[in-house]
Design a protein around this ligand. Structure first.
Ligand code: 89Y
Length: 346
């Protein structure tokens, strides 16, 4: 397979893991780094043996556009449109971190700009690549529980996310953009598209700017009703960060993704008693991963692999810009619903 050359823009918290996740794959070569704080990029360059470092994206592109195949943008959401446009204009393929954009208009512009320049555009959306989520999807696809009609999806935690990512506390729109973009994407991955949505939000933590609790109720095209609970204010018996817990009920049974990656599938036997089977869908553990985030960090590798396969011309990318636009549409529809206290028809 041809080795693809790429550059990274942004060397913040998330890049600390995204870079070693790239190095788990063989057919990529990281050529250059760009970060507004030079010292941090220099530190990364030394750690990951990268030859070229820039503070300015234009300089990076002037020097390297000819040899690059794609650019991975790992910066804050407010800069995504700017950097995506810069990279697309040089006719390079773009991978951009989630959430795609700070509003729907910017997201639309990003998709359109990449389309106009004829470049491939992907969002690095990794939660759907978590081992237990893939296994849960396999159970649903197997038909074991029949036709799913109801789901509860929960990401409720009191993990101190602001310690590692202090900027999250400054966001006017916090949990729906930061975690909602992941969890609503999982819902689309598992259950397909939504036809309507209702949302309520709350801020519990007085030291942050945005909402830290959001409850979203969606009716999916399939007819399934999906109840999504997200919170960073939940002091619970078991802290499960960063696990997503899911219960799906179907016409022939149910499947539950519990803490510690346990998936329990219950079906009726012909004598009307029930049979429950359990399996554990443990993620791989990488030595560069932060143990607190190991489940998520492992999924970065699988997400990168999926996008790289597509970049190699083999197709199959799941989280293209066009696909992720549907996720980000749910995020901003949820804000609109919470603001207006109305059901949003999608
Ligand atoms: O920023 C978030 C993400 O993408 O995964 C977990 C996180 O780090 C904190 O909510």
């Amino acid at each position: 397979m041809k080795k693809l050359k790429f550059a990274v823009i942004g060397t913040g918290f998330w890049a600390t893991y995204q870079l070693p996740a790239w190095f788990e794959l063989e057919s990529v070569e990281l050529v250059a780094l760009c970060n507004r704080t030079r010292a941090r990029a220099d530190d990364f360059a030394q750690r990951f043996d990268v030859q070229h470092v820039y503070e300015n994206v234009d300089e990076l592109l002037d020097r390297h556009a000819d040899e690059l195949d794609f650019v991975d943008i790992i910066t804050d959401v407010d800069t995504h449109l700017y950097f995506t446009t810069k990279v697309a204009e040089r006719q390079l393929d773009v991978i951009c971190q989630k959430p795609m954009a700070p509003n729907l208009d910017a997201a639309r512009q990003m998709v359109e700009t990449c389309r106009q320049w004829g470049v491939r555009f992907y969002i690095h959306e990794n939660f759907r690549w978590q081992a237990p989520i893939r296994q849960l999807k396999a159970v649903l696809d197997s038909g074991a529980i029949g036709e799913p009609f109801k789901a509860n999806v929960s990401f409720c935690s009191a993990f101190p996310v602001f310690d590692n990512q202090p900027f999250l506390a400054q966001l006017d729109q916090f949990i729906l953009t930061d975690i909602g973009s992941h969890i609503l994407d999982i819902c689309r991955f598992l259950f397909g598209e939504a036809s309507s949505l209702y949302c309520q939000t709350t801020r519990v933590n007085p030291h942050i700017q945005g909402e830290d609790v959001a409850n979203v109720l969606m009716r999916m095209h399939s007819g399934l009703v999906c109840n999504v609970a997200m919170s960073y204010a939940s002091i619970l018996e078991h802290e499960v960060f960063p696990q997503t817990l899911v219960t799906v009920e179907g016409s022939a049974g149910s499947v539950v993704l519990r803490r510690d990656f346990e998936i329990r599938t219950t079906v009726r036997r012909p004598d009307r008693s029930v049979d429950t089977q359990s399996q554990i869908a443990r993620p791989p553990i990488y030595d560069w991963a932060d143990p607190d985030y190991a489940l998520v960090h492992a999924s970065i590798v699988d997400c990168n692999r999926n996008l790289l396969t597509d970049l190699q011309g083999l197709g199959g990318a799941e989280t293209t810009g066009g696909d992720n636009f549907e996720t980000i549409r749910l995020v901003y529809a949820a804000y609109e619903s919470a603001r207006t206290n109305q059901v949003i028809t999608l």
